[in-house]
Write a protein that binds this ligand. Structure first.
Ligand code: PEP
Ligand code: MG
Length: 576
């Protein structure tokens, strides 16, 4: 029995037989050429041919799997048609007298490195797309065909194991026989994973080198939620798997039912469960019926995939579309939370040694007021079309909040003059995600219409632990009692000032913490779309008054492990 661990990318459980899919190995050698014009011509022909293939694959995918699957090939087409990228490849061929494959690989590696410092899953996935397109083009140039991954495979319950799968590989697979996907590389938001989700098959990605340890035909179990594949399972594992997949199917049905209903604790305290959104995929798949609203609409994506600042009209169209689609439910738009670690060429941001403590988010916006006001006007205009709220990130002082609100008022006056409609009473709130904001939350609450606790950053700043630094991840702990006490303080100060408080960091959907959030009186939890049902279900299992009796003990435990044990015991008692 071999256990392979990776990232749970598309949920679900599957049992089947392994198919090892190896693509031919590409030559990345630096070959010098005398006829650079011939290399460029070969590359251009290859681009054209691959573009035609993608067009055909998009049409096929649209017919067999719907529009969503076709989008993947359209995104690839955009890359293969990118004359700026391939113009730079041509420059490398000409200036270094090298073959096209080497020049493509050099440019690809440069882009990969530039993207590697960006803390944004969506952009990381686009870097993976560029890798895939370059790989396909190099295969074409070197005459390596990917072929049919299932050629020679027997049976109709196949689990594919590959180094990585391009969407073209995935579409070449016979859907009726494919039961799961496991790859050495790839991130949880790669387009391959999106396709796996669209097809409803579990996927585990980013497992690291494993193909050499496997043989085609072996029995395999894939658990896409846990991010594990078990090859040649023993009878105990098989029995566990059968029990787990039966239980998972049962709970999925329960969660689906909860998702579309309002949630309240057993003793009648309502908790709205919203979704976090703000990348193209979550916007495209947003379903207002499956949540109580949007608790965090991240706007960075509007600024990141572009070569210049997005205009007021461009932003307005996106916000208005979401405002209309949320159909009267709340849409909390967070103003730009960028800077420091996220280098955008056109913004000309300084390199900083402590980017998370540097020139970012509201600090950047209050410094670059024209950019900020462009966004505020776009949000205000969208407020005429739905229940829109404005939220400022990274607040550390009352002055920042007051200045930001002053700019909102200036924008209102400008829009009024131009005759644009907007909601003059638009609620304006803040993210509480710094210890400073926690400690002055009583004062901030007097000038905020709502709070939303950004626990991702609050944990980072409270525990002084870089959320991106793997070496100190053991300290980045949502159950550190300092964090739990901070959340309690914010909830108390919000309620003492009659405003609502939500949580929009990942802890909002952490099962063992949901009962505690209910006891604190959190009004709203904003979670990943796939977790709305489970979060609501847990809320409905909690009796707030019971947990309130236990909070003092949890909050006074010195050790993180003691707090965790108590929280886990509560879950157990609730039967979760
Ligand atoms: C947070 O900090 O909890 C949060 C939701 O914001 P982000 O993850 O975008 O920093
Ligand atoms: Mg944050």
């Amino acid at each position: 029995m071999t256990e392979i661990k990776g990232l749970g990318a598309a949920s679900g459980c599957a049992r089947g037989h392994a198919v090892i899919f190896r693509t031919g190995s590409l030559s990345l050698e630096k070959k010098f050429v005398s006829d650079t014009a011939a290399e460029i011509e070969a590359m251009e022909n290859g681009r054209q041919k691959y573009n035609e293939t993608l067009k055909k694959l998009a049409e096929e995918a649209r017919v067999s799997h719907g529009d969503k699957s076709a989008e993947i090939f359209e995104a690839y087409q955009e890359i293969i048609q990118d004359d700026v990228f391939f113009g730079q490849v041509k420059d490398i061929i000409l200036s270094e007298n090298v073959c096209a494959s080497y020049a493509i690989e050099k440019k690809r590696a440069e882009v990969e490195e530039a993207f590697s410092v960006v803390d944004d899953d969506y952009l990381k996935a686009r870097a993976a797309d560029i890798n895939n397109v370059c790989r396909e083009l190099m295969s074409e140039l070197q005459g390596i065909s990917s072929g049919d991954p299932f050629a020679g495979a027997v049976g109709d319950d196949l689990i594919i194991f590959a180094e990585d799968l391009t969407p073209s590989d995935t579409v070449r697979l016979d859907r009726s026989r494919l039961k799961g996907m496991v790859t050495e590389r790839g991130g949880v938001t790669s387009h391959t994973v999106i396709l796996a989700k669209a097809l409803g098959i579990p996927a585990v990605v980013g497992c690291g080198p494993m193909l050499d340890r496997l043989a085609s035909g072996e029995t395999v179990l894939v658990d896409g939620s846990a991010g594990v594949a078990v090859v040649s399972p023993d009878s105990k594992k098989l029995a566990e798997f059968e029990a787990k997949s039966g239980q998972a199917a049962k709970m999925k049905a329960v969660y689906d039912e909860c998702r579309i209903k309002p949630a309240a604790t057993k003793d009648g305290f309502p908790v709205r469960v919203n979704v976090n959104s703000g990348d193209k995929e979550s916007i495209a798949t947003f379903d207002a019926a499956g949540c109580d609203g949007v608790g965090l609409f991240r706007t960075e994506f509007l600024y990141m995939g572009h070569s210049d600042y997005p205009t007021e009209d461009e932003q307005f169209e996106v916000y208005k579309d979401m405002a209309v689609r949320t159909a009267g439910k709340e849409l909390i738009i967070r103003t730009l939370d960028i800077g420091g670690d996220k280098q955008l060429g056109y913004m000309d941001l300084p390199k900083e040694s402590n980017p998370f403590l540097g020139y970012r988010a509201i600090r950047l916006c209050l410094d670059r007021t024209e950019m900020f006001k462009t966004q505020l006007r776009a949000i205000l205009r969208a407020s005429a079309f739905g229940n829109v709220k404005i939220m400022f990130p990274m607040i550390v002082s009352l002055e920042e909040l007051l200045r930001a609100k002053e700019l909102v008022r200036e924008c209102m006056a400008e829009l009024e003059e131009k005759g644009f409609p907007f909601n003059p009473d638009i609620p304006v709130g803040i993210m509480v995600e710094t210890p400073a904001a926690v400690l002055i939350s009583d004062a901030l609450a007097k000038h905020s219409d709502f709070f939303s606790i950004g626990s991702n950053d609050l944990i980072q700043y409270t525990t002084a632990t870089d959320r991106m630094n793997e070496r100190v991840q053991y300290l980045y702990d949502s159950c550190n009692v300092s964090v739990l006490r901070a959340v309690k303080t914010v909830c108390d100060n919000a309620h003492a000032n009659n405003i609502e408080v939500g949580i929009c960091g990942e802890t909002a959907s952490e099962p063992r913490l949901i009962p505690l959030w209910c006891a604190f009186g959190v009004d709203e939890l904003s979670v990943a779309p796939a977790l709305v049902g489970r979060t609501k279900y847990i809320v409905t299992q909690v009796t707030k008054s019971d947990i309130m009796e236990k909070t003092d003990k949890i909050l006074s435990s010195g050790k993180i492990s003691d707090a965790k044990n108590m929280l886990e015991k509560i879950l157990e008692e609730l039967g979760i």
